[in-house]
Design a protein around this ligand. Sequence first.
Ligand code: SF4
Ligand code: F3S
Ligand code: FES
Length: 248
Amino acid sequence: MSYQGKFRVWRGDDSGGALEDFTVEVNEGEVVLDIIHRLQATQAPDLAVRWNCKAGKCGSCSAEINGRPRLLCMTRMSVFEESETITVTPMRTFPIIRDLVTDVSFNYTKAREVPSFAPPKDLAPGEYRMQQVDVERSQEFRKCIECFLCQNTCHVVRDHEENKEAFSGPRFLMRVAELEMHPLDTADRVDQAQDDHGLGYCNITKCCSEVCPEHIHITDNALIPMKERVADRKYDPIVWLGNKLFRR
Ligand code: SF4
Ligand code: F3S
Ligand code: FES
């Protein structure tokens, strides 16, 4: 069973662009990425799209479908009406390279700003011991495929270019939380989260968690626990006094 579907795809580069209309064959069982590939093969050979696994695991094919941040390869055509016009646009938060491809280097910059795992100096690799419960806690965060849909969605940077310097975004605040919850990490991640990665900008709207294709509870399991740790330190009078007396 196939039909002729109506699509509107953004085409252009960093100097500007516009939505272009196409009619493309749709077959049973296909996903939006199949349509984009058919469009390339039949009508627009120079259409730029980034993809790799077509299995929801490489995180490359992030875009916006009818304005919603989605993976192109995991969005089934069967969720749309046959008569519907489907609009495909690049992620809005990152600079355009061409067509559906954006420059996501903002995320690599933020990744580099998170100091790496810092195990105790007297423990050699191979001597690490952890409880299963601690392993499981970070396993959820480790499912991240770095699609950056959460980074694209968070309103702190989506509508505010000026916040990008101070705010690392949900994916990297989650990384800080993962390290903070790691029983063998010796670094102080609480002040880092607040002062260096802009945790205070997050007002827990949870849009990041809603778009995560791995269904990671970014807000509930990473961001809110980090906020609680910040609050404990900053507003607990004993901790506050200790900080005043013993920390510079
Ligand atoms: Fe993508 Fe989820 Fe990872 Fe964010 S946390 S980059 S939405 S997989
Ligand atoms: Fe942004 Fe997620 Fe916080 S969308 S505001 S990082 S809960
Ligand atoms: Fe790999 Fe879509 S192509 S996640």
